[in-house]
Design a binder for this molecule. Structure first.
Ligand SMILES: Cc1ncc(COP(=O)(O)O)c(C=O)c1O
Length: 413
């Protein structure tokens, strides 16, 4: 770590390719009948997405920008699906023209827009219906699945078509150029309870049969989401993937037999643990019996701990051999009290200025989810450890970047 930071400086995101490869291989082995789609939103780094493509993943995208990235990385459009509740006409047109395997429609109004655009550009569109099932997680809000905002189905939702409204599909079935290929269900993220994942799978299988009844033909594809979580607290454990995979495979076995394409879409499970966000201590402080380390990067670059109210393990990574004994709050340099990377960790007594604090589980929803312009710090670098080498995959920003695309007040400079 010291050597990497000596070369790249701080703050820096460091991603370990071998960890991604390991996670991918586990999923590949546990879900042999499923295509693995990488949910780009978790980390749209060009290099990381490229690595996942190399490993064999397809992509689940959620914007025109991610569609563009998918094209640049070189995904076969037939390995890409496009979900998201507010796709613009432009994004829909681009997706139709690109010939993606499926646009996952989130409302019948969106489906009507796809019909109209598909006619306009004279390109047929494949769609899958994203369904908001009537039931969601049975224990929403438990553990680091956290507040309900990690749940996306099973109640009123901006995502998907309410299951009970599915019959409306009949209005669209005769439309030339529109092929309803399957369903998509995404119940929640950060699930660490295998029974919940299996319950999702069962709900998805039931919805797939429902769709078959409506269309009168066998379903071509089922994307059952995934939502597999990663542990954030001492009392949380990884899912036992091989037993979970076997249970999910069993649920979908009849569909596999009839040749249905089965998909699982994952973001954090594949990339969260590969990443560490490394900052440098610029100040040490004691105030009214509380200790602080103040680092050169904060929630402007890694907002997850406060945004999602979830613990991210942190440590003084250049002193791992010294016993951590002093309870300390890790804060960034921002002028706001919410700028806290870790509310309390133990640090060694020897902790000093210029030491490095690593925040773990930073490979997902880190760089791209954070409000990097707040306080105008240059953006952090990103590097990947790949086959024993350290490769820069995004250069550190500069002050000049902050003015890019802006115009000064006329006549002021
Ligand atoms: C539709 C959909 N698929 C996949 C994901 C990826 O979730 P995760 O990173 O938890 O695997 C999300 C996350 O918001 C999502 O909304």
């Amino acid at each position: 770590m010291n050597q990497i930071v000596a070369e790249t400086g701080t703050p820096v995101y460091i991603y370990d390719a071998a960890t991604v490869e390991r996670r991918y291989a586990e999923v590949r082995e546990a879900f042999p009948s499923f295509e693995i789609l990488y949910s780009m939103k978790a980390n749209p780094s060009f290099a990381l997405v490229g690595l996942l493509k190399q490993l064999g993943a397809g992509a689940e995208i959620a914007s025109g920008g991610e569609l563009h990235l998918a094209g640049e990385v070189g995904f076969d459009p037939l390995d890409v699906v496009f979900a998201g509740p507010g796709k613009s006409d432009r994004e829909l047109e681009e997706a139709i023209v690109a010939g993606l395997f499926a646009i996952n429609v989130e409302s019948f109004r969106e489906l009507a827009r796809i019909v109209r655009i598909s006619k306009l550009v004279r390109v047929p569109a494949r769609v899958a219906l994203r369904i908001n099932t009537s039931a969601g997680l049975s224990r929403a809000g438990v553990g680091s699945a956290g507040p309900l905002h990690e749940q996306m189905a099973g109640g009123p939702s901006k995502f998907g078509i309410d299951e009970e409204k599915l019959e409306t599909l009949s209005r669209f079935l005769g439309e030339p150029g529109i092929d309803v290929v399957g369903i998509h269900i995404y119940t929640a993220s950060q699930i660490l309870d295998a029974d919940e994942v299996v319950a999702n799978a069962e709900r998805t299988a039931a919805a797939a049969r429902h769709l078959e009844n409506l269309t009168g033909r066998e379903i071509m594809s089922i994307d059952f989401g995934g939502g597999l979580g990663v542990p954030h607290y001492d009392d949380e454990r990884h899912l036992d993937l091989s037993s979970l995979g076997a249970r999910v495979e069993e649920v979908f076995a009849p569909f596999k037999k009839q040749g249905t394409r089965l998909m699982i879409e994952l973001g954090r499970y594949l990339v969260s643990e590969c990443g560490v966000y490394v900052t440098r201590i610029v100040e040490l402080k004691e105030s009214r019996s509380e200790r602080y380390v103040i680092t050169d990067g904060g929630i402007n670059q890694f907002v997850r701990p406060v945004l999602m109210k979830v613990n991210h393990e942190a440590a003084v990574v250049n002193r791992l051999d010294d016993p951590p004994v002093l309870a300390t709050r890790v804060t960034g340099p921002l002028c706001t009290p919410i700028d806290v990377l870790s509310k309390e960790i133990e640090v060694p007594e020897s902790t000093a200025i210029d030491d490095l604090v690593g925040v773990m589980n930073a490979g997902a929803y880190g760089y791209s989810m954070s409000p990097q312009l707040f306080l105008s710090h240059p953006s952090p670098a990103e590097v990947m450890i790949l086959d024993g080498r350290v490769v820069t995959i995004r250069r550190r920003g500069e002050y000049g970047d902050l003015l890019r695309d802006q115009e000064p007040l006329p006549g002021s400079v």
